[in-house]
Design a protein around this ligand. Structure first.
Ligand code: NOJ
Length: 679
């Protein structure tokens, strides 16, 4: 439905447009123009305004209170005037969608895409008469908007130098954040909680606690051929989009027509509402891969932790981990314990010396002489396991691209259907940021090429997730966070017990995380003296708390042998049909329950920070009838500082009317499987 604004502009009237069905209100007074759209449940409202001088802005209300105050919109360009003033609305269109779609894997099997949309087509009155569209979507779990630049003269060669989008908060809110590039180029900092005023430029997702009684997270969806949005604190409780530049300072090279990624504000009454939000996925395009039957979840082990502990090396020498004999041992262990894959790092030429300095020595088709790729892949197949390929690039992206087709083609022939990629270097190609448009283009090229060869990707040192896995479901999982590896060598002592109680509400909002849980031996010795700061039960709980459709059992196989806690690791699924968050407090504790993809069993992971605590968890997520629960909980005396090992195995019966009381040790956790009892 469309109509001309001119028809209403001077009438001082309020037009209610399909108010009951679409909940869209359009008002116009004098020359000021205001439009708003409500979420289907009427909780959230986004208001678009044009000032007297034609400057666009928006604000967001939730439950009748302002949560984002009037905030600017617009862009600046090289060799063109900015587009943020002197605009008039030419036409508007509204839409309302309510449909379900099914994921090939995920934290939910069915997803409801339900929103009201308002799109506005504007034109500059003077200047070059350029056209710009604003599209707002109001979901029950938040507000999203994007810009669309229609095809038009003068926009054939666009160089964006700045995005003017702002997010203005009512006061100096508490935010969970990590800095941009300063400490790390690929999101491997700790999140910290401070007031907005104590931040400078921060990454998204950034999570705000709590703004007029709401939990908010700012992020983006569908980051395609654009620069990542980071948030620059410009003072007065306000962030401005700060796009990550190319080395030459330009933020985005493009041409009209083009869309920007969606800017999203997730809104919840509880922290758990952010965890179960699906708006990021809904804002991505449906799958471009028609036959997704080859895209399957997996649990894997790997010749990996040994390198981080310095038991093995990636490069050649007497400690070389990726030997044919060693890999066969890992394959046997995987096969005996029902794992699908064995990751082997350090199998290919290019690791000798300081491999992080310059990745141009890497070959992705040539193996070291002590690694017989043919024999290994055949042996793996005979044991019903697959090799997981590994492509570490050390950031040499263009060098990698020159071998992509050959490398994926070779793997496909050998029956390898998953590859872990990596980009350990401050920059890509020695000068571009991982989260720049250059990086976004590179990572997409890898995913698309991999899809051509039926290969799933686990991307380390990535650009942040923005829901692209909906469109390319072969993008299974990513790093982009401080993972388990920090517990091997980080000079700061490793991941704090708090870290994993923050991630579900921050890093995990951007999608699956290859954290690699499952360390069972806490007594390893490394030069840094670092160690895992959890109990054993918490390592189990992380399999449920931190979603990844490719989930690793990270420890050395010998550390699992004979340990009954390993039954949970063997048992726990990697994908889920439903997810709920029965209880949580960001940075203190979280309980996440998930239902298996096909069957009726539920699993729950509960974790705490450095403090012991007792939680009474409502089991109302369970179906009707009785469930037998198998519990793996912190045992007598368990404490991440002194004795992480004690673990208690017990079984109890529960129904959905019960509460489950869990005692968590300092740095502790609990992992529970609920099985319906059929009598
Ligand atoms: C960093 C990755 O996160 C880690 O998992 C991998 O072992 C090394 N790079 C080597 O590729």
């Amino acid at each position: 439905m469309e109509f001309k604004l001119d028809q209403v502009k001077y009438k001082r009237i309020t037009i209610v447009l399909l108010l009951f069905i679409l909940s869209i209100v359009i008002t116009s007074c004098d020359r000021k123009v205001q439009y708003s759209v409500y979420s289907p449940n009427h909780n959230h409202e986004v208001i678009f305004r044009l000032s007297d001088s034609g400057e666009p802005s928006y604000e967001i209300n939730s439950s009748g209170k302002q949560i984002i105050l009037s905030s600017a919109l617009g862009f600046k360009f090289m060799d063109q005037n900015p587009i943020n003033t002197d605009l008039e609305v030419e036409s508007i269109a509204v839409d309302s969608v309510d449909e379900f779609w099914e994921q090939p894997w995920g934290e939910f099997r069915k997803i409801q895409d339900k929103y009201n949309e308002l799109s506005l087509q504007l034109k500059e009155k003077g200047n070059e008469g350029r056209r710009i569209n604003f599209i707002f979507r109001a979901f029950d779990d938040g507000i999203a908007f994007r810009y669309h630049f229609p095809e038009q003269p003068g926009m054939e060669d666009v160089r964006i130098t700045d995005e003017l989008t702002e997010f203005t908060f009512p006061s100096d809110e508490e935010v969970w954040w990590m800095p941009v590039h300063r400490e790390n180029s690929y999101y491997e900092s700790f999140y910290r909680r401070t007031e907005i005023s104590a931040t400078d430029t921060i990454n998204t997702p950034a999570t705000f606690e709590s703004v007029n009684d709401k939990y908010l997270a700012i992020h983006e969806a569908n980051l395609t051929d654009f620069a990542s949005m980071t948030l620059l604190n410009t003072g007065n409780n306000r962030y401005k989009s700060d796009l990550v530049p190319w080395a030459d300072g330009i933020k985005v090279y493009t041409k009209a027509p083009f869309n920007t990624p969606w800017r999203i504000v997730m809104i919840g009454d509880t922290p758990g509402d952010l965890v179960t939000s699906t708006m990021m996925l809904n804002l991505n395009e449906p799958s471009k891969i028609d036959d997704t039957s080859w895209i399957v979840p997996s649990k894997y082990i790997g010749i990996w932790w040994g390198m981080h502990l310095d038991k093995y090396t990636w490069g050649q020498g007497e400690k070389h981990g990726a030997t044919t004999a060693n890999t066969k041992k890992y394959i046997d262990f995987a096969s005996d314990n029902n794992f699908d894959g064995v990751l082997v790092e350090g199998w290919n030429l290019g690791w000798d010396g300081d491999w992080t300095a310059d990745g141009t020595a890497f070959s992705f088709t040539e193996a070291y002489p002590d690694f017989d790729l043919d024999e290994i892949t055949k042996y793996a197949a005979s044991r019903n396991v697959r090799l997981i390929g590994h492509h570490e690039t050390a950031g040499a992206a263009t060098h990698y691209e020159s071998q992509l087709e050959d490398a994926f083609g070779m793997y496909e022939k050998l029956g390898v259907n998953a590859v872990k990629t990596g980009y350990v270097n401050k920059y890509l190609d020695k000068k571009e940021w991982h989260d720049s448009q250059f990086g976004v283009r590179h990572y997409r090229k890898v995913i698309e090429t991999a899809a051509k060869y039926h290969i799933m990707i686990d991307n380390h040192e990535p650009v942040k997730g923005t829901g692209i896995q909906r469109t390319y479901p072969n993008l299974m999982t990513q790093e982009g966070g401080r993972g388990q590896e920090y517990n091997a060598w980080s000079p700061d002592g490793g991941n704090t017990p708090e870290h994993t109680t923050v991630m579900p509400f921050t890093r995990m909002l951007s999608g699956p995380f290859d954290f690699t849980p499952g360390i069972f031996d806490f007594d390893y010795k490394t030069a840094s003296g670092t160690r895992v700061q959890t109990t054993l039960a918490k390592q189990l709980a992380l399999y449920v708390v931190l979603f990844s459709p490719q989930q690793m059992a990270a420890d050395l196989p010998e550390n699992y042998e004979g340990n009954p806690a390993f039954n949970f690791v063997r048992d726990v699924p990697a994908i889920w049909s439903e997810t709920v968050v029965p209880d949580s407090k960001i940075g203190d504790y979280v309980a996440i329950a998930r239902k298996e993809w096909e069957g009726e069993n539920w699993y729950m992971g509960v974790i705490t920070d450095e403090n012991s605590r007792k939680l009474d968890i409502d089991l109302n997520f369970l179906g009707d009838g009785k469930y037998r629960a198998e519990l793996y909980t912190d045992g007598e005396g368990a404490d991440y500082r002194t004795d992480p090992y004690p673990i208690k195995f017990s079984t109890e019966n529960y129904t959905n009317g019960d509460k489950l009381t869990i005692a968590l040790a300092p740095g502790g956790g609990a992992a529970i499987k609920f099985i319906p009892v059929t009598e």
